[in-house]
Design a protein around this ligand. Structure first.
Ligand SMILES: [Zn+2]
Length: 314
């Protein structure tokens, strides 16, 4: 697919408008596909290699595959909010990249464990050759460390300004100089799903509901009760959000801040916002995505370690 994009094809390109044009045009397409292609080559060369540099190649390949999932969490929210898939081929490409990233992650982990003379199955300090058929058992369930929990909850606060604006509109107040009616008129240009409209009727914004589901997921990752939920059911969405959301949120937050600081020019097409109001909304949205995503990544890392089953040795 990356080769197809590099040669000028645009179908299924992960970040693009409805006309399949990526932001920044051909330059973006060439840079993104070259990076993805380099990652694919690094993966092919290192997956079965036992050289010292193989794990580095695998880490590069895993990271580029993770970059290829860009926008997956947003596609998911988009499907719930509008009830339709805007660009099905792009979603397919993102899912492809996700499967690749998961397989590469597993391969990297096994390679790194072998290198450290650890068990490739569970990462424990024992050679697997002794009991290759030993059953895997989970340790006692415990919550994440205080430091991990505090850090995750702190970055979650990034959601607050954005969610507050949405809630103020939901209850009929004006925020950032925009009345709820003006916001609704602007939103009617995009199609909203039946569920979205129903929630809107009660003054509830569907994206706020989606972010609350994300907060619940962060709690499952950090608290003891989360360890009683099937491992993949918690880790898969957590890693998708943990990789996808900051990739989206950080550039938005930087862009919003630079506009507010007067470094980059404000958008001329900011209706219904004033140009400054729009910059604040972009900053708030970026902080929300980045905050939730980072909290998910921190939680997923901790959960993965605490839920790792170990070989039961006699
Ligand atoms: Zn083991």
């Amino acid at each position: 697919m990356a080769l197809h994009w590099l040669l000028g094809g645009r179908a299924s390109f992960p970040i693009a408008n409805v006309e399949d044009e990526p932001p920044g045009g051909a330059v973006t397409a060439i840079v993104v596909s070259a990076v993805l292609l380099a990652g694919a080559v690094a993966g092919l060369l290192s997956a079965r290699s036992s050289s010292r540099r193989a794990p580095i190649g695998l880490v590069v390949a895993t990271s580029t595959a993770a970059l290829g999932t860009f926008g997956l969490a947003m596609s998911g929210v988009g499907i719930i909010a509008t009830g339709s898939v805007e660009r099905p081929f792009a979603l397919l490409a993102q899912l492809f990249a996700l499967v690749g990233a998961l397989l590469l992650f597993g391969t990297t982990q096994v390679q790194l464990r072998r290198r450290r003379s650890r068990c490739p199955r569970c990462g424990g300090c024992h050679p697997v050759a002794l009991r290759p058929d030993a059953p895997l058992v989970r340790g006692t369930a415990r919550q994440a460390s205080t430091r991990t929990r505090r850090t995750a909850y702190l970055v979650l606060l990034g959601l607050l300004p954005w969610a507050s604006v949405k809630v103020v509109w939901g209850f009929g107040g004006s925020a950032l100089g925009v009345t709820p009616d003006e916001w609704r008129v602007a939103m009617d240009d995009t199609d909203v799903s039946t569920l979205g409209r129903l929630l809107e009727h009660f003054g509830i914004d569907i994206t706020v509901v989606a972010s609350l589901v994300g907060v619940l997921l962060v709690l499952a990752l950090l608290q003891r009760w989360g360890l009683y939920v099937p491992r993949w059911l918690v880790l898969l969405p957590a890693w998708i959000g943990g990789v996808s959301l900051p990739l989206y949120g950080v550039p938005l937050a930087v862009w919003g801040s630079l506009t507010l600081a007067g470094v980059t020019p404000a958008s001329s097409d900011s209706e219904p916002f004033t140009p400054t109001g729009l910059a604040w909304m972009v900053l708030f949205g970026g902080a929300a995505f980045a905050g939730l995503g980072t909290a998910l990544a921190i939680g997923a890392r901790s959960y993965q370690r605490r839920s790792q089953p170990l070989c039961a040795l006699p």
